[in-house]
Write a protein that binds this ligand. Structure first.
Ligand code: ATP
Ligand code: MG
Length: 231
């Protein structure tokens, strides 16, 4: 069963008196546990597609299904719940909270849910995540004391805090050098393997794109190719 399914998805943005066709009838399925890149040049529709999968934006026509539920049929409350529990987000600009240290940034999503988690369990799980992303020595440091790659590691750990089934990362390596970029994708791949979390990341970089197991290439809002790499 697909965890994500796009069926003939189109997104048109009004732009003054004209309109922009950002996505033009795109269909694809993503299996649970997949590790997929959505690749394409600037303006090809990568962010628009990720935003529709993450329920940040809605299609103009066609449907996006998460776990076989059509997202446009959900209530606001269901979407909020889904975004909190089912989906994790990673951004190109990291989006960490500057006044919180590494531990606190990673723990933060756990303080937002309706059901409070016992402090001991919260600490254990956060410690595990800090370790998983290799930042044990940096637990008490604030984001401005970290490199870009370390910041993105914090963001990855934070995205995993609520144990989401799906993580969406829009150009997670856009602000990183090529070596750090590869290590960030490898870290996501390790989590994908360890926890069977489905990852979808976008990139315009062919080297980064090729680190995925399943690749969807976009151009002008259309899928130009889709293939899998066995490794
Ligand atoms: N809110 C908006 N209003 C109008 N047009 C938009 C809006 N968001 C995106 N677009 C247009 O839709 C098209 C696809 O944009 P999108 O941001 O999805 O591309 P992208 O592949 O993520 O590009 P980049 O690599 O630069 O991030 C572009 O032509 C863009 O200008
Ligand atoms: Mg984009």
């Amino acid at each position: 069963m697909a965890i994500v399914s796009l069926k003939e998805v189109t997104k048109i943005y009004p732009l003054g008196k004209t309109e922009v066709h950002a996505v033009n009838g795109v269909s694809f399925d993503i299996a649970r546990g997949d590790f997929i890149s959505i690749a394409g040049p600037s303006g090809s529709g990568k962010s628009t597609i990720l935003n529709m999968i993450g329920c940040i934006d809605v299609p103009t026509s066609g449907t996006v299904e998460l776990n076989n539920h059509i997202t446009s049929g959900l209530t606001d409350r269901e979407i909020t719940e889904l975004r909190h529990k089912f989906v994790g987000f990673i951004f190109q600009s990291f989006n960490l909270i500057p006044v919180l240290n590494v531990f606190e940034n990673i723990e933060f999503p756990l303080l937002l849910g309706k059901k409070s988690i016992e402090q001991k369990k919260r600490k254990e799980w956060t410690d595990y995540l800090v370790e998983e992303v290799g930042l044990k020595e940096w637990t008490k440091h604030r984001p401005n004391e970290l490199s870009g790659g370390q910041r993105q590691r914090v963001a990855i750990a934070r995205s995993m805090a609520t144990k989401p089934e799906l993580v969406l990362a829009d150009e997670p390596t856009a602000n990183l050098d090529s070596e750090t970029s590869e290590s960030i994708i490898e870290l996501m791949k390790k989590i994908n393997k360890d926890m069977n979390t489905t990852f979808i990341f976008s990139t315009h970089d062919p080297t980064i794109m090729d680190l995925a197991k399943h690749i969807i290439k976009l151009k002008d809002g259309l899928v130009t190719s889709e293939y899998r790499r066995e490794k």
